[in-house]
Design a protein around this ligand. Structure first.
Ligand SMILES: Cc1cc2nc3c(=O)[nH]c(=O)nc-3n(C[C@H](O)[C@H](O)[C@H](O)COP(=O)(O)OP(=O)(O)OC[C@H]3O[C@@H](n4cnc5c(N)ncnc54)[C@H](O)[C@@H]3O)c2cc1C
Length: 350
């Protein structure tokens, strides 16, 4: 029986583990329990994808909260109110529900055993081995008890950065994205401007008492096949700008594809690995081009101008490199090493 190591217990690692186990592999899923406090919004296509991939019972266990109305105060001009069509779920509830319902054949451990594996998948999250980082953004986030409108989400651009508010169940998540490593005092001030006057003043008080959690929100792309032969999936391969709100969907699709790469028949491996590189690069290029246009139309266009330029430049670069035979600038000495899989030895300390 083939043996795989998957590092990372987020959505991508869990989906890849399920896929490999269902294909008859023995899987070691390694890493600390997933602990993000983030509430993520999912559009109907991602909800369908999750239901197909995980079964309705996983979604039922998470009890997604509908977002009935979204207020978009993004471009200059009056805010727009649109029907929600989204649901909001705490990321940690989603990964916990997935982990409770793993199929047989998967061993979950914190530290990987020291031994050889037929394949290693890296699902360790955002941009760890990223080669292309398109500008720099920091997300400051709070998840606090909800007191205020239920089922109403707000996306608001200010001159200095943008704010997203998403309630789910008894909690609300407030995320502020600033260019560079923008400070938490500014994040707090932008959150205040968005929450005040929209019925969230009690939430604002809770927020004032809680320190925000900072995370990197820069779109990033790494070679999806690492030099050691490991297959990168989810945000580890390709992390999107959070304003797209499509990271979970992308993580699921990438993990499905990454698992298919791992299980490809020996004769097909090189072609399948090339396809994986190409798909991810083209999808990321399309994402960057779309996100750049969206930022450029926003009230915060000037603050994010360097990021917009970097996204456009990298979108062109990825398309050019993918169209060329030497995919993603792999140099001749590395190309075959990356495309030809081989057993990977894992040291306990790595
Ligand atoms: C501010 C912000 C807002 C977002 N909002 C949305 C949204 O509304 N909708 C949406 O769909 N997406 C959203 N996203 C994106 C979404 O959260 C991610 O795309 C998705 O969670 C990626 O899943 P993943 O499994 O690839 O990575 P992660 O969720 O990052 O999981 C990686 C896991 O690997 C673990 N790990 C790290 N290092 C190691 C190691 N060395 N060994 C083992 N394990 C390790 C981590 O602890 C973690 O558990 C947002 C992202 C940000 C930054």
């Amino acid at each position: 029986m083939s043996l795989a190591l998957i590092r990372g217990r987020g959505v991508a690692g869990l989906v890849a583990a399920r896929r490999l186990a269902r294909a008859g592999w023995s899987v070691v899923l390694a890493g600390p329990p997933h602990h993000s406090d983030r509430i993520v919004t999912l559009d109907p296509s991602v909800v369908d994808l999750l239901a197909l991939e995980l079964g309705r019972e996983v979604l039922a266990a998470v009890a997604p909260a509908p977002i009935a109305v979204r207020e978009l105060a993004w471009s200059p001009g009056p805010p727009e109110t649109v029907p929600g069509e989204l649901v909001a779920v705490p990321l940690r509830s989603l990964t916990a529900a997935m982990e409770e319902r793993l199929p047989p054949g998967i061993t979950v451990v914190e530290t990987p055993p020291e031994r050889s594996f037929d394949e290693v998948l890296d699902a360790t999250g955002r941009g760890r081995s990223a080669r292309l980082r398109s500008g720099a953004r920091t997300a400051w986030g709070w998840t606090v008890p909800l007191s205020g409108p239920v089922g109403r989400a707000v996306l608001e651009a200010h001159l200095e950065g943008w704010v997203f508010v998403a309630p789910a169940g008894a909690q609300v998540s407030v995320q502020v994205v600033l260019p560079g490593d923008g400070g938490h005092e500014l994040a707090r001030e932008l959150a205040r401007r968005t929450l005040a006057g929209r019925g969230w003043s009690a939430t604002l008080e809770r927020l004032a008492a809680a320190p925000p959690v900072a995370c990197d929100a820069t779109p990033a792309f790494g070679d999806p096949i690492a030099p050691c032969g490991a297959i990168l999936v989810g945000d580890a391969a390709c992390a999107e700008d959070p304003l797209s709100g499509s990271g979970v969907g992308r993580a699921v699709r990438g993990a499905v594809l990454g698992a298919a790469v791992a299980t490809a028949a020996p004769g097909d491996r090189t072609a399948v690995r090339r396809h994986y590189l190409t798909r991810l690069a083209l999808a990321h290029a399309a994402h960057l081009a779309g996100a750049a246009d969206f930022y450029a139309r926003s009230r915060c266009a000037a603050a994010f101008a360097p990021a917009v330029a970097a996204m456009r430049d990298h979108a062109r670069h990825l398309r050019r490199e993918v169209a060329a035979p030497a995919i993603l600038q792999l140099d001749a000495s590395h190309r075959d090493a990356r495309l030809v899989p081989r057993p990977v030895r894992v040291a306990a300390s790595s």
